[in-house]
Ligand binder design. Structure first.
Ligand code: NAP
Ligand code: F7E
Length: 344
């Protein structure tokens, strides 16, 4: 039986990956942080087969202990301060966890004797690309595209990406980096725009909320389903040789399109009126204002457009996304309708 250690077990991807690895027969260990983590109980109930280990990415001794306990064949490093907006408000914490935390865990693998045996997955991100003025993704960003991060999160992830590559080259470790574009689903945190929208639409339908407030609705993202993406992570670590792979859908949509499709799920057609901060989304039938702009959600620097080119992963890993954009929106709104009804 193979053993896997997942950092970020309480996050969106951690849950999907734990389930996948358990189904494949792995002994699954997960790192949980904090003295009073309210997600511990939820994780224990939802994933009873996961053995939880108390550790923190900023505490190297705890990571060495985790390695010695789990004795993993594979380590998936999913833990991070992962919210781009939050990273502007907490840049040093982001740097310590999302950036230097990766160095801590790579050293923990070496110090516990796993350098030649452990396979390591690093959760790299499309946020390492960034500004259109530096690299326009005509056919989508590939693994070789120029990086130019636009947030403390993106910068920390770029450090993490390079230190992972450096350890691969320096110590011949089996380290793969998945450069993943946005992936969502019902497990997505409410602070991310897709889940914020799907949840608000459900609440508006049930009369629990009046208006949805958003920031930049022109931003475009390559949105896929998280359940598809964890399969790609696993496939990377099954290769004889480590490498870097983009996982994406190859399609891009604006936040505005996501909002329109989400409201369609409850039979509301949104019409837009006004511009910039005065823009509003109105119910075409009732004339009620359902979407407003709140500049509080703007970021000091924005990534305007992300589009990934997953052809390397398709060819070498035999990976491709299964859920398309409209099915993703439907899945999220339907899930939140059920969730919000259950709380009535
Ligand atoms: P997420 O839901 O925000 O989960 C982040 C996880 O990191 C949580 O389990 C969190 O634990 C943990 N964590 C935070 N600080 C920690 C620390 N100091 N020590 C140990 N654990 C800590 O993120 P996700 O969406 O699942 O994404 C997984 C990974 O992929 C992240 O590294 C993210 O940056 C990256 N990524 C995500 C996407 C995407 O679209 N989802 C795309 C590209 C890359 P708590 O529950 O205790 O806070
Ligand atoms: O924002 C805009 C916002 O926070 C998407 C993380 O998983 O994917 C994620 O990062 C877009 C941005 O995700 C609101 O300005 C408008 O342009 O859902 P998000 P993200 O920043 O793309 C990457 C690949 C990661 O690696 C990250 O870990 O939507 N937007 N209005 C808004 N965003 C939020 N959160 N809230 C709003 O009200």
């Amino acid at each position: 039986m193979k053993s896997a250690l997942i950092t970020g077990i309480t996050g969106q991807d951690g849950g999907h990956l734990a389930k996948l690895l358990h189904e494949k027969g792995y002994d699954v260990y997960g790192i949980i942080r904090g003295q009073h983590n309210p997600k511990r109980l939820i994780t224990e109930v939802e994933f009873p087969y996961v053995k939880l280990i108390e550790a923190d990415l900023t505490d190297q001794s705890s990571l060495i202990r985790a390695m010695n306990t789990a004795k993993p064949d594979e380590v998936y490093n999913l833990a991070a301060v992962s919210h781009v907006g939050y990273s502007f408000k907490n840049p040093q914490l982001t740097s310590d966890v999302t950036g230097k935390g990766v160095l801590n865990i790579l050293e923990a693998i070496r110090l516990s004797g796993g350098e030649k045996t452990v396979r390591f997955y690093q959760a790299s991100t499309s946020e390492m690309y960034g500004g259109l003025e530096y690299n326009r993704p005509e056919n989508g960003y590939t693994e070789d595209a120029v990086f130019h991060p636009r947030s403390p999160y993106g910068v920390a992830k770029l450090y993490a990406h390079w230190i992972a590559l450096n350890y691969r080259e320096s110590y011949d470790m089996h380290i793969s980096c998945g450069i993943l574009f946005n992936h969502e689903g019902p497990r997505r945190g409410i602070e991310f725009v897709t889940r914020k929208v799907s949840n608000a639409v459900a609440r508006i339908e049930l009369g629990k909320q009046e208006v949805l407030e958003l920031g930049n609705m022109d931003a475009k993202r390559d949105w896929g389903y998280a359940g598809d993406y964890v399969e790609g992570m696993w496939r990377m670590l099954q290769q004889d040789k480590p490498g870097d792979y983009v996982l994406a859908t190859g399609e891009t949509h604006s936040v505005r399109e996501f909002v329109e499709l989400a409201f369609k799920e409850i039979d509301i057609t949104i019409e837009w009126r006004g511009e910039a901060e005065r823009e509003e989304g109105v119910d075409a039938d009732s004339g009620k204002v359902l979407v407003k702009i709140n500049p509080e959600f703007y970021r000091p620097a924005e990534v305007d457009l992300l589009l990934g080119n997953p052809s390397k992963a398709e060819k070498k890993l035999g990976w491709s996304r299964k859920v398309d954009f409209s099915d993703l929106v439907k899945m999220m709104v339907q899930h939140d309708l059920e969730l919000e009804k259950s709380k009535l």
